[in-house]
Each structure stands twice: as C-alpha cells, then as structure tokens.
Design a protein around this ligand. Structure first.
Ligand SMILES: N[C@@H](CCC(=O)N[C@@H](CS)C(=O)NCC(=O)O)C(=O)O
Length: 223
C-alpha cells in the first residue's frame, strides 16, 4: 500500500491529487507544520533524512521530491495515463514543465515568502527597519521581476496549448499546479493573466482534485 506522508498546506497535496486521478488506493499519514516556524515536525525525518514533504513509501520504496514521486507514480501505476508518448514534442514539453515547476518556478516564490517573513515580526523590532530595506531591495531588483517574467512566459505558453504538455491533461499539469497556486497566493498572479487563471479554475473543478483536498485537509498556501 502506498503511504503519502502529507504535511498540511504543502506540495504533497499534488501527490494526493495525482493518486486520486489515477484511482490507486493509498493511505495518508498527516503531519502538522509548527505554528510559529511553519517547519515540518521532526518525526518526518524518521521517514526520510531531509524531513520534507512529500515523501511516499510504497513497499520497500521510500521516495522524496515531488517531481520524482509524480514520475514514479505515473510510470508504475499509470498504464500510459497522464504521460505523452515517448519521442513526441508533447513528451519533451512534459519533461520540461515537470522540471521547471521546482527548478525554476518555485525558487523566486520561496524567496518572496522568506523576505516577507524577514520583514515581519519574526525579526527583532530593533533591526526590522534594516531587514525591511534589504528585503525591499532584493524583492524589487531580483525576486519580483523574475516572478513576473516567469508568469508572462507561462501565460504565453498556455496560449499555445490547452495544457502545459499539449492539448491533453498530463501529470506535468499536476506538478505545475503548486507554483501557480503559490503565485496566486503570494506572487501576484491574478485574473489579469487569463490563461493561468483559467488553468487554476479548471484544475480546481476536477473531481479528483476535490477528493485530494478532502483527503489532505484544509489547504491554504503560505503567504
Ligand atoms: N523540491 C522539494 C521541496 C520539498 C519541500 O520543501 N517541502 C516543504 C513543503 S511545501 C516542506 O517540507 N517544508 C517544511 C520544512 O522545510 O520543514 C519537492 O518538490 O518535494
């Protein structure tokens, strides 16, 4: 039996969604973020040394890293579903977006989260004005322009095909959902980018997405 080690409000929501799309039985073991630090509890390190979520166990297999998990589940349980045929342009785009999600889209969104925290009550009041100045500068020169450029790029790409890999829904769309949800929560993604906005509305309406949320519990991404 597959066990998804699921941290609340996290990337592991994607794994629950994929398993619901695949119709594969699984169990959810829930972990709660520390209310102050938002970090995962130490018990997750007993499953995988890095103690991050998602992690799955499937018999003898313990696998972390959401992209690797998504690829593993699709290849092991998909029977050809949600992955374009090898050697096609769709397959190459599938691979590209599968990597883009964590490799390119998430880093500036994570930096945005960190610098927002540095500017807030987590930083001692005495040095907070300096922290705010540094955060403002880094966000203004590096982080926000990168997020904007990436959002424009993704908007353009979704203008060419209905889904990220092509005209068929694939696991690359599941992998891309998290950065887009994070961008909607904290990266300035709004209905002013209609293709990306419609992508979010469309995935949120999928029955398997809704079932995944029911399994994972309340889902509100960090801001
Ligand atoms: N690139 C990794 C990132 C894993 C990751 O950072 N997960 C976050 C949840 S969204 C986490 O476990 N945060 C809690 C912590 O760092 O303690 C993946 O895609 O799986």
């Amino acid at each position: 039996m597959i066990i998804v080690h699921h941290l609340n409000n996290s990337r592991s929501q994607r794994v629950l969604w994929l398993l619901e799309e695949l119709g594969v039985p699984y169990e959810v073991k829930r972990y709660q973020r520390d209310a102050k630090t938002m970090l995962a509890p130490a018990e997750l390190r007993a499953v995988h040394p890095l103690g991050k979520s998602p992690v799955i166990t499937d018999g003898d297999v313990t696998l972390a890293e959401s992209g690797a998990i998504v690829e593993y589940l699709v290849e092991r349980y998909g029977n050809g579903k949600f992955i374009p045929a090898p050697g096609t342009p769709e397959r190459l785009r599938y691979t590209y977006w599968m990597h883009f999600a964590e490799g390119s889209a998430m880093p500036p969104l994570l930096m945005k989260l960190i610098f927002a925290r540095i500017s807030g009550p987590a930083t001692p009041a005495l040095i907070r004005p300096i922290a705010r100045l540094i955060a403002k500068r880094v966000l203004g020169t590096m982080v926000t322009p990168n997020i904007e450029r990436q959002l424009d790029y993704m908007e353009g790409e979704l203008g060419k095909h209905k889904w990220f890999a092509g005209d068929e829904f694939s696991a690359a769309d599941i992998q891309m959902s998290f950065p887009l949800e994070a961008a909607a929560s904290r990266g300035g993604l709004t209905a002013s980018r209609p293709k990306l906005w419609a992508f979010l509305q469309t995935i949120h309406a999928r029955p398997a997405y809704k079932r995944g949320i029911e399994k994972g519990g309340p889902y509100a991404l960090l801001r």
